[in-house]
Design a protein around this ligand. Structure first.
Ligand code: NAD
Length: 440
Protein backbone atom coordinates (compact mmCIF):
# COMPACT_ATOMS: atom_id res chain seq x y z
CA UNK A 1 0.00 0.00 0.00
CA UNK A 2 1.90 3.05 -1.24
CA UNK A 3 0.63 6.08 0.71
CA UNK A 4 -0.78 5.46 4.19
CA UNK A 5 -3.25 8.35 4.53
CA UNK A 6 -7.04 8.10 4.85
CA UNK A 7 -7.44 5.95 1.75
CA UNK A 8 -4.28 3.84 1.97
CA UNK A 9 -4.31 3.06 5.69
CA UNK A 10 -8.01 2.22 5.83
CA UNK A 11 -7.58 -0.21 2.91
CA UNK A 12 -4.37 -1.61 4.44
CA UNK A 13 -5.98 -2.28 7.82
CA UNK A 14 -9.09 -3.86 6.27
CA UNK A 15 -7.05 -6.05 3.89
CA UNK A 16 -4.77 -7.07 6.78
CA UNK A 17 -7.67 -8.94 8.35
CA UNK A 18 -7.12 -11.49 5.59
CA UNK A 19 -3.81 -10.84 3.80
CA UNK A 20 -0.27 -9.73 4.62
CA UNK A 21 0.01 -5.99 3.98
CA UNK A 22 3.00 -3.64 3.90
CA UNK A 23 2.44 0.13 3.96
CA UNK A 24 5.00 2.42 2.35
CA UNK A 25 4.97 6.11 3.17
CA UNK A 26 7.50 8.93 3.05
CA UNK A 27 6.31 10.23 6.44
CA UNK A 28 8.53 8.55 9.05
CA UNK A 29 6.30 9.59 11.98
CA UNK A 30 3.34 7.86 10.31
CA UNK A 31 5.36 4.70 9.71
CA UNK A 32 6.43 4.58 13.36
CA UNK A 33 2.88 5.00 14.60
CA UNK A 34 1.55 2.24 12.33
CA UNK A 35 4.35 -0.09 13.45
CA UNK A 36 3.26 0.63 17.04
CA UNK A 37 -0.33 -0.31 16.18
CA UNK A 38 -1.62 3.28 16.37
CA UNK A 39 -3.51 5.22 13.71
CA UNK A 40 -1.81 8.54 12.82
CA UNK A 41 -5.22 10.25 12.33
CA UNK A 42 -8.74 10.01 13.73
CA UNK A 43 -11.18 7.83 11.85
CA UNK A 44 -13.95 5.95 13.70
CA UNK A 45 -13.03 2.26 14.30
CA UNK A 46 -9.64 2.48 12.61
CA UNK A 47 -7.44 2.60 15.69
CA UNK A 48 -9.07 -0.49 17.25
CA UNK A 49 -8.84 -2.48 14.02
CA UNK A 50 -5.22 -1.44 13.45
CA UNK A 51 -4.27 -2.49 16.96
CA UNK A 52 -5.95 -5.88 16.36
CA UNK A 53 -4.21 -6.61 13.03
CA UNK A 54 -0.93 -5.25 14.35
CA UNK A 55 -0.97 -7.96 17.05
CA UNK A 56 -1.41 -10.67 14.40
CA UNK A 57 1.68 -9.34 12.56
CA UNK A 58 -0.24 -9.02 9.27
CA UNK A 59 0.51 -5.30 8.85
CA UNK A 60 3.93 -3.67 8.64
CA UNK A 61 5.04 -0.20 7.57
CA UNK A 62 8.26 1.02 6.02
CA UNK A 63 9.78 3.87 4.02
CA UNK A 64 11.64 1.34 1.87
CA UNK A 65 9.80 0.68 -1.41
CA UNK A 66 12.15 -2.17 -2.45
CA UNK A 67 11.52 -4.03 0.79
CA UNK A 68 7.75 -3.50 0.52
CA UNK A 69 7.50 -4.81 -3.03
CA UNK A 70 9.78 -7.81 -2.59
CA UNK A 71 6.94 -10.33 -2.10
CA UNK A 72 3.98 -8.25 -3.27
CA UNK A 73 1.32 -9.60 -5.63
CA UNK A 74 -0.67 -6.32 -5.69
CA UNK A 75 0.62 -2.76 -5.25
CA UNK A 76 -1.95 -0.05 -4.48
CA UNK A 77 -1.09 3.63 -4.99
CA UNK A 78 -3.00 5.97 -2.66
CA UNK A 79 -0.81 9.04 -2.32
CA UNK A 80 -2.32 12.55 -2.29
CA UNK A 81 -3.34 14.50 -5.41
CA UNK A 82 -3.93 18.01 -4.00
CA UNK A 83 -5.23 21.00 -5.99
CA UNK A 84 -2.90 23.44 -7.68
CA UNK A 85 -4.01 27.09 -7.84
CA UNK A 86 -5.15 26.50 -11.46
CA UNK A 87 -7.58 23.82 -10.27
CA UNK A 88 -5.47 21.07 -11.88
CA UNK A 89 -4.23 18.26 -9.65
CA UNK A 90 -0.66 18.09 -8.42
CA UNK A 91 0.79 14.83 -9.75
CA UNK A 92 4.18 15.20 -8.07
CA UNK A 93 3.45 12.64 -5.29
CA UNK A 94 2.10 10.19 -7.89
CA UNK A 95 5.19 10.66 -10.05
CA UNK A 96 7.66 10.01 -7.25
CA UNK A 97 5.66 6.98 -6.09
CA UNK A 98 5.54 5.59 -9.65
CA UNK A 99 9.30 6.00 -10.05
CA UNK A 100 9.93 4.26 -6.73
CA UNK A 101 7.62 1.40 -7.73
CA UNK A 102 9.31 1.12 -11.14
CA UNK A 103 12.77 0.88 -9.56
CA UNK A 104 11.54 -1.80 -7.16
CA UNK A 105 9.85 -3.74 -9.97
CA UNK A 106 13.11 -3.84 -11.94
CA UNK A 107 14.54 -6.02 -9.16
CA UNK A 108 11.80 -8.65 -9.11
CA UNK A 109 10.78 -11.24 -11.63
CA UNK A 110 7.07 -11.75 -11.08
CA UNK A 111 3.78 -10.45 -12.56
CA UNK A 112 2.68 -7.78 -10.07
CA UNK A 113 -0.65 -5.95 -10.42
CA UNK A 114 -0.34 -2.19 -9.94
CA UNK A 115 -3.59 -0.56 -8.81
CA UNK A 116 -3.91 3.22 -8.99
CA UNK A 117 -6.38 4.44 -6.33
CA UNK A 118 -5.47 8.11 -5.98
CA UNK A 119 -8.04 10.26 -7.75
CA UNK A 120 -6.57 11.38 -11.07
CA UNK A 121 -8.06 12.95 -14.20
CA UNK A 122 -8.60 10.64 -17.19
CA UNK A 123 -5.48 9.46 -19.00
CA UNK A 124 -3.17 10.12 -15.99
CA UNK A 125 -2.89 6.44 -15.02
CA UNK A 126 -1.86 5.36 -18.50
CA UNK A 127 0.03 8.46 -19.60
CA UNK A 128 1.83 9.26 -16.34
CA UNK A 129 1.88 6.30 -13.94
CA UNK A 130 2.27 3.51 -16.49
CA UNK A 131 4.92 5.37 -18.50
CA UNK A 132 6.99 6.23 -15.43
CA UNK A 133 6.83 2.68 -14.11
CA UNK A 134 7.76 1.27 -17.52
CA UNK A 135 10.70 3.66 -17.85
CA UNK A 136 12.05 3.00 -14.34
CA UNK A 137 11.55 -0.78 -14.46
CA UNK A 138 12.41 -1.48 -18.09
CA UNK A 139 9.24 -3.63 -18.17
CA UNK A 140 6.08 -3.50 -20.28
CA UNK A 141 2.57 -3.03 -18.87
CA UNK A 142 0.20 -5.88 -19.69
CA UNK A 143 3.09 -8.28 -20.35
CA UNK A 144 5.40 -7.95 -17.32
CA UNK A 145 3.07 -6.21 -14.86
CA UNK A 146 -0.63 -5.37 -14.72
CA UNK A 147 -2.06 -1.88 -14.38
CA UNK A 148 -5.56 -0.82 -13.33
CA UNK A 149 -7.45 2.14 -11.91
CA UNK A 150 -9.87 1.28 -9.09
CA UNK A 151 -11.58 4.43 -7.75
CA UNK A 152 -12.07 4.86 -4.00
CA UNK A 153 -15.47 6.08 -2.79
CA UNK A 154 -15.03 6.04 1.00
CA UNK A 155 -16.18 9.00 3.08
CA UNK A 156 -14.11 10.35 5.97
CA UNK A 157 -16.00 9.69 9.19
CA UNK A 158 -17.30 6.31 7.98
CA UNK A 159 -14.27 5.15 5.98
CA UNK A 160 -13.85 1.69 7.53
CA UNK A 161 -17.52 0.84 7.14
CA UNK A 162 -17.54 2.19 3.58
CA UNK A 163 -14.49 0.08 2.68
CA UNK A 164 -16.00 -3.08 4.15
CA UNK A 165 -19.44 -2.49 2.58
CA UNK A 166 -18.89 -0.87 -0.81
CA UNK A 167 -21.82 0.03 -3.08
CA UNK A 168 -19.68 -1.08 -6.03
CA UNK A 169 -16.14 -1.97 -7.08
CA UNK A 170 -15.12 -0.44 -10.41
CA UNK A 171 -12.14 -2.10 -12.08
CA UNK A 172 -10.59 -0.07 -14.87
CA UNK A 173 -8.24 -2.14 -17.00
CA UNK A 174 -8.11 -3.52 -20.51
CA UNK A 175 -5.70 -6.31 -19.59
CA UNK A 176 -7.57 -9.61 -19.14
CA UNK A 177 -5.00 -11.14 -16.80
CA UNK A 178 -5.09 -8.06 -14.55
CA UNK A 179 -8.89 -7.99 -14.62
CA UNK A 180 -9.09 -11.65 -13.63
CA UNK A 181 -6.61 -11.26 -10.77
CA UNK A 182 -8.44 -8.22 -9.38
CA UNK A 183 -11.86 -9.89 -9.66
CA UNK A 184 -10.41 -12.86 -7.76
CA UNK A 185 -8.91 -10.62 -5.08
CA UNK A 186 -12.11 -8.63 -4.46
CA UNK A 187 -14.38 -11.69 -4.65
CA UNK A 188 -12.15 -13.51 -2.20
CA UNK A 189 -11.97 -10.53 0.16
CA UNK A 190 -15.65 -9.61 0.16
CA UNK A 191 -17.01 -13.15 -0.28
CA UNK A 192 -20.51 -12.04 -1.23
CA UNK A 193 -20.06 -9.53 -4.06
CA UNK A 194 -22.90 -9.86 -6.57
CA UNK A 195 -22.18 -9.45 -10.29
CA UNK A 196 -23.83 -5.98 -10.40
CA UNK A 197 -21.50 -4.75 -7.65
CA UNK A 198 -18.22 -5.43 -9.44
CA UNK A 199 -17.77 -4.11 -12.93
CA UNK A 200 -14.92 -3.84 -15.39
CA UNK A 201 -14.33 -1.00 -17.85
CA UNK A 202 -11.48 0.93 -19.47
CA UNK A 203 -8.94 2.70 -17.23
CA UNK A 204 -10.11 6.10 -18.49
CA UNK A 205 -13.82 5.34 -17.91
CA UNK A 206 -13.01 4.30 -14.34
CA UNK A 207 -11.02 7.51 -13.82
CA UNK A 208 -14.03 9.52 -14.98
CA UNK A 209 -16.47 7.50 -12.81
CA UNK A 210 -14.77 8.94 -9.71
CA UNK A 211 -15.09 12.55 -10.87
CA UNK A 212 -18.60 12.09 -12.28
CA UNK A 213 -19.75 10.54 -8.96
CA UNK A 214 -18.44 13.41 -6.86
CA UNK A 215 -19.70 16.03 -9.32
CA UNK A 216 -23.16 14.45 -9.24
CA UNK A 217 -23.39 14.30 -5.43
CA UNK A 218 -22.19 17.92 -5.22
CA UNK A 219 -24.83 18.81 -7.83
CA UNK A 220 -27.53 17.34 -5.57
CA UNK A 221 -26.33 19.54 -2.70
CA UNK A 222 -26.18 22.69 -4.83
CA UNK A 223 -29.58 21.85 -6.31
CA UNK A 224 -31.07 21.61 -2.80
CA UNK A 225 -29.45 24.95 -1.94
CA UNK A 226 -30.92 26.57 -5.04
CA UNK A 227 -34.39 25.24 -4.22
CA UNK A 228 -33.86 26.60 -0.68
CA UNK A 229 -33.36 30.08 -2.11
CA UNK A 230 -36.60 29.77 -4.06
CA UNK A 231 -38.37 28.43 -0.95
CA UNK A 232 -37.24 31.53 0.96
CA UNK A 233 -39.26 33.68 -1.49
CA UNK A 234 -42.59 32.08 -0.61
CA UNK A 235 -44.59 32.24 2.63
CA UNK A 236 -45.35 28.86 4.14
CA UNK A 237 -42.80 26.84 2.16
CA UNK A 238 -40.10 24.81 3.94
CA UNK A 239 -37.22 23.36 1.92
CA UNK A 240 -36.89 20.43 4.37
CA UNK A 241 -40.38 19.24 3.41
CA UNK A 242 -39.78 19.95 -0.25
CA UNK A 243 -36.54 17.93 -0.49
CA UNK A 244 -38.04 15.08 1.52
CA UNK A 245 -40.95 15.03 -0.92
CA UNK A 246 -38.63 14.97 -3.90
CA UNK A 247 -36.07 12.56 -2.41
CA UNK A 248 -38.61 9.84 -1.68
CA UNK A 249 -38.88 9.27 -5.43
CA UNK A 250 -36.78 6.13 -5.96
CA UNK A 251 -35.25 7.71 -9.09
CA UNK A 252 -33.78 10.47 -6.90
CA UNK A 253 -32.72 9.11 -3.45
CA UNK A 254 -32.81 11.40 -0.37
CA UNK A 255 -29.08 11.23 0.51
CA UNK A 256 -26.93 14.37 0.14
CA UNK A 257 -30.12 16.22 -0.79
CA UNK A 258 -30.46 18.74 2.03
CA UNK A 259 -30.08 22.49 1.86
CA UNK A 260 -27.39 23.87 4.16
CA UNK A 261 -24.28 26.00 4.36
CA UNK A 262 -22.63 24.43 1.29
CA UNK A 263 -20.20 21.56 0.81
CA UNK A 264 -16.48 21.49 1.68
CA UNK A 265 -13.90 18.87 2.59
CA UNK A 266 -10.89 17.37 0.87
CA UNK A 267 -12.72 15.86 -2.10
CA UNK A 268 -15.78 17.64 -3.57
CA UNK A 269 -14.23 21.09 -4.17
CA UNK A 270 -10.86 19.66 -5.30
CA UNK A 271 -12.35 17.05 -7.62
CA UNK A 272 -14.87 19.43 -9.18
CA UNK A 273 -12.18 22.04 -9.81
CA UNK A 274 -9.98 19.34 -11.39
CA UNK A 275 -12.81 18.16 -13.65
CA UNK A 276 -13.60 21.71 -14.76
CA UNK A 277 -9.91 22.37 -15.42
CA UNK A 278 -9.59 19.13 -17.38
CA UNK A 279 -12.63 19.92 -19.54
CA UNK A 280 -11.46 23.48 -20.22
CA UNK A 281 -7.99 22.35 -21.26
CA UNK A 282 -9.80 20.19 -23.82
CA UNK A 283 -11.71 23.29 -25.03
CA UNK A 284 -15.01 22.35 -23.40
CA UNK A 285 -16.94 24.50 -20.90
CA UNK A 286 -18.74 22.25 -18.38
CA UNK A 287 -21.35 24.90 -17.54
CA UNK A 288 -23.51 22.70 -15.32
CA UNK A 289 -20.59 21.63 -13.12
CA UNK A 290 -19.19 25.16 -13.01
CA UNK A 291 -22.54 26.40 -11.70
CA UNK A 292 -22.47 23.74 -8.94
CA UNK A 293 -19.33 25.38 -7.52
CA UNK A 294 -20.74 28.86 -8.03
CA UNK A 295 -23.99 28.01 -6.21
CA UNK A 296 -21.93 26.50 -3.38
CA UNK A 297 -19.91 29.67 -3.03
CA UNK A 298 -23.02 31.85 -3.18
CA UNK A 299 -24.69 29.74 -0.49
CA UNK A 300 -21.89 30.51 1.97
CA UNK A 301 -22.16 34.23 1.13
CA UNK A 302 -25.93 33.95 1.61
CA UNK A 303 -25.40 32.76 5.19
CA UNK A 304 -23.38 35.92 5.87
CA UNK A 305 -26.18 37.96 4.18
CA UNK A 306 -28.75 36.42 6.54
CA UNK A 307 -26.65 37.54 9.51
CA UNK A 308 -26.19 41.05 8.11
CA UNK A 309 -29.92 41.40 7.33
CA UNK A 310 -30.75 40.38 10.89
CA UNK A 311 -28.15 42.56 12.60
CA UNK A 312 -27.95 45.68 10.42
CA UNK A 313 -24.74 47.51 11.33
CA UNK A 314 -22.26 44.82 12.32
CA UNK A 315 -19.25 46.63 13.72
CA UNK A 316 -20.53 46.59 17.29
CA UNK A 317 -21.94 43.05 17.05
CA UNK A 318 -20.59 39.72 18.31
CA UNK A 319 -21.46 36.56 16.38
CA UNK A 320 -21.11 32.96 17.58
CA UNK A 321 -20.28 30.35 14.94
CA UNK A 322 -21.39 26.88 16.06
CA UNK A 323 -19.40 24.30 14.11
CA UNK A 324 -16.10 24.69 12.22
CA UNK A 325 -15.17 21.34 10.63
CA UNK A 326 -16.51 20.70 7.11
CA UNK A 327 -18.85 18.05 8.51
CA UNK A 328 -19.58 16.44 11.88
CA UNK A 329 -17.42 13.50 13.03
CA UNK A 330 -14.13 14.92 11.81
CA UNK A 331 -11.62 17.61 12.70
CA UNK A 332 -10.91 18.14 8.98
CA UNK A 333 -11.06 21.85 8.11
CA UNK A 334 -10.11 21.53 4.43
CA UNK A 335 -12.41 23.86 2.42
CA UNK A 336 -14.84 24.01 5.36
CA UNK A 337 -17.77 26.44 4.75
CA UNK A 338 -17.03 27.97 8.18
CA UNK A 339 -13.83 29.52 6.77
CA UNK A 340 -15.66 31.32 3.96
CA UNK A 341 -18.57 32.42 6.16
CA UNK A 342 -16.25 33.78 8.87
CA UNK A 343 -14.09 35.59 6.30
CA UNK A 344 -17.21 37.19 4.77
CA UNK A 345 -18.39 38.39 8.17
CA UNK A 346 -14.97 39.82 9.02
CA UNK A 347 -14.84 41.61 5.66
CA UNK A 348 -18.20 43.19 6.45
CA UNK A 349 -16.74 44.58 9.65
CA UNK A 350 -18.33 42.41 12.34
CA UNK A 351 -17.21 43.36 15.88
CA UNK A 352 -16.16 39.90 17.09
CA UNK A 353 -16.45 36.26 16.01
CA UNK A 354 -16.60 33.56 18.68
CA UNK A 355 -16.17 30.09 17.18
CA UNK A 356 -17.11 26.79 18.82
CA UNK A 357 -16.44 23.20 17.75
CA UNK A 358 -16.09 19.96 19.76
CA UNK A 359 -12.86 18.79 18.06
CA UNK A 360 -11.78 21.06 15.18
CA UNK A 361 -10.52 24.08 17.16
CA UNK A 362 -6.78 23.17 16.93
CA UNK A 363 -7.08 22.72 13.14
CA UNK A 364 -9.24 25.84 12.77
CA UNK A 365 -6.80 27.93 14.78
CA UNK A 366 -4.08 27.17 12.20
CA UNK A 367 -6.30 28.65 9.47
CA UNK A 368 -8.26 31.41 11.21
CA UNK A 369 -5.66 32.37 13.82
CA UNK A 370 -6.09 35.57 15.78
CA UNK A 371 -9.11 36.78 13.85
CA UNK A 372 -11.45 34.61 15.91
CA UNK A 373 -11.99 33.81 19.62
CA UNK A 374 -12.25 30.02 20.11
CA UNK A 375 -14.40 28.51 22.85
CA UNK A 376 -15.08 24.76 23.10
CA UNK A 377 -18.22 24.91 25.27
CA UNK A 378 -21.35 25.95 23.29
CA UNK A 379 -23.09 27.80 26.12
CA UNK A 380 -19.94 29.75 26.97
CA UNK A 381 -19.49 30.55 23.29
CA UNK A 382 -23.04 31.96 23.18
CA UNK A 383 -22.61 34.10 26.25
CA UNK A 384 -23.37 37.79 25.57
CA UNK A 385 -23.40 37.52 21.76
CA UNK A 386 -25.89 39.03 19.28
CA UNK A 387 -26.33 36.20 16.78
CA UNK A 388 -25.58 32.45 16.56
CA UNK A 389 -25.02 30.66 13.26
CA UNK A 390 -25.20 26.85 13.04
CA UNK A 391 -22.56 25.97 10.45
CA UNK A 392 -21.77 22.28 11.23
CA UNK A 393 -24.51 19.94 12.44
CA UNK A 394 -22.70 18.39 15.44
CA UNK A 395 -24.87 16.34 17.78
CA UNK A 396 -24.07 18.58 20.80
CA UNK A 397 -25.59 21.59 19.02
CA UNK A 398 -28.79 19.66 18.24
CA UNK A 399 -29.32 19.33 21.99
CA UNK A 400 -29.47 23.12 22.53
CA UNK A 401 -32.95 24.41 23.38
CA UNK A 402 -34.46 27.90 22.79
CA UNK A 403 -33.86 28.54 26.52
CA UNK A 404 -30.12 27.91 26.11
CA UNK A 405 -29.94 30.73 23.56
CA UNK A 406 -32.30 33.12 25.40
CA UNK A 407 -30.55 32.74 28.74
CA UNK A 408 -27.01 33.17 27.42
CA UNK A 409 -27.12 35.55 24.44
CA UNK A 410 -27.45 39.34 24.46
CA UNK A 411 -30.00 39.14 21.62
CA UNK A 412 -31.19 35.63 20.81
CA UNK A 413 -31.01 35.54 17.01
CA UNK A 414 -30.36 32.04 15.65
CA UNK A 415 -29.45 31.38 12.02
CA UNK A 416 -29.94 27.69 11.39
CA UNK A 417 -27.84 27.05 8.28
CA UNK A 418 -28.05 23.26 8.76
CA UNK A 419 -31.69 22.94 9.69
CA UNK A 420 -31.03 21.10 12.94
CA UNK A 421 -33.78 22.70 15.07
CA UNK A 422 -37.57 22.27 15.02
CA UNK A 423 -38.54 25.52 13.26
CA UNK A 424 -42.01 26.01 14.77
CA UNK A 425 -40.79 25.56 18.33
CA UNK A 426 -37.81 27.89 17.89
CA UNK A 427 -39.58 30.71 16.06
CA UNK A 428 -42.17 30.96 18.84
CA UNK A 429 -39.47 31.77 21.37
CA UNK A 430 -36.71 33.67 19.60
CA UNK A 431 -35.65 35.19 16.29
CA UNK A 432 -35.18 32.06 14.23
CA UNK A 433 -33.85 32.41 10.69
CA UNK A 434 -33.43 29.22 8.69
CA UNK A 435 -32.06 28.31 5.28
CA UNK A 436 -34.93 27.42 2.94
CA UNK A 437 -37.74 28.92 5.04
CA UNK A 438 -39.13 32.48 4.96
CA UNK A 439 -38.93 34.15 8.32
CA UNK A 440 -42.37 34.72 9.85
P1 NAD B 1 -3.60 11.75 2.58
O1 NAD B 1 -2.96 13.05 2.38
O2 NAD B 1 -4.35 11.45 3.83
O3 NAD B 1 -2.52 10.56 2.40
C1 NAD B 1 -1.56 10.51 1.38
C2 NAD B 1 -0.32 9.82 1.92
O4 NAD B 1 0.62 9.60 0.87
C3 NAD B 1 0.42 10.63 2.99
O5 NAD B 1 0.58 9.84 4.16
C4 NAD B 1 1.77 10.95 2.35
O6 NAD B 1 2.83 11.01 3.28
C5 NAD B 1 1.92 9.77 1.40
N1 NAD B 1 2.88 9.96 0.30
C6 NAD B 1 3.09 11.07 -0.45
N2 NAD B 1 4.02 10.83 -1.38
C7 NAD B 1 4.41 9.55 -1.23
C8 NAD B 1 5.33 8.68 -1.90
N3 NAD B 1 6.03 9.13 -2.94
N4 NAD B 1 5.47 7.44 -1.48
C9 NAD B 1 4.75 6.97 -0.42
N5 NAD B 1 3.86 7.71 0.25
C10 NAD B 1 3.69 8.99 -0.16
O7 NAD B 1 -4.54 11.53 1.31
P2 NAD B 1 -5.90 10.69 1.21
O8 NAD B 1 -7.02 11.48 1.81
O9 NAD B 1 -5.66 9.29 1.66
O10 NAD B 1 -6.13 10.71 -0.37
C11 NAD B 1 -5.33 9.93 -1.24
C12 NAD B 1 -5.97 9.95 -2.61
O11 NAD B 1 -7.27 9.35 -2.53
C13 NAD B 1 -6.21 11.34 -3.19
O12 NAD B 1 -6.05 11.27 -4.58
C14 NAD B 1 -7.67 11.63 -2.85
O13 NAD B 1 -8.26 12.53 -3.76
C15 NAD B 1 -8.27 10.24 -2.99
N6 NAD B 1 -9.49 10.03 -2.19
C16 NAD B 1 -9.57 10.51 -0.91
C17 NAD B 1 -10.73 10.29 -0.17
C18 NAD B 1 -10.88 10.84 1.23
O14 NAD B 1 -12.01 10.89 1.73
N7 NAD B 1 -9.81 11.25 1.89
C19 NAD B 1 -11.78 9.55 -0.72
C20 NAD B 1 -11.65 9.03 -2.01
C21 NAD B 1 -10.49 9.28 -2.74
Amino acid sequence: MVGAGYVGLVAAVCFAKKYDVICVDTDVAKIDMINNGKSPFFEPGLDAMLSEVHKTGKILATTDMDEALLDADFVFISVGTPSLSSGAIDLSFICSAAEGIGNALSKIDRFVVLVQRSTVVPTSTREVVQKLVERASGKTAGKDFGIAFVPEFLREGSAVDDFLNPDRIIIGTENQRTLKLLFQLYEDFYGNLTAEKIIGMSIESAELVKYASNAFIATKISFANEIARIAELIDGVDVVDVMRGVGLDHRVNPKYFNAGAGFGGSCFPKDIKALIHFARTHAFDPILIESVLERNNLQMIHIADLAEDALGMMNDKRITILGLSFKPGTSDMREAPSIKIISELIERGVGEIIACDPIAIPEARKILGERVTFIGNPKEALSGTDCAIIVTEWEIFRKLTPRDFIETMKTPIVIDARRIFPAEEFEKELTYIAVGRRQK
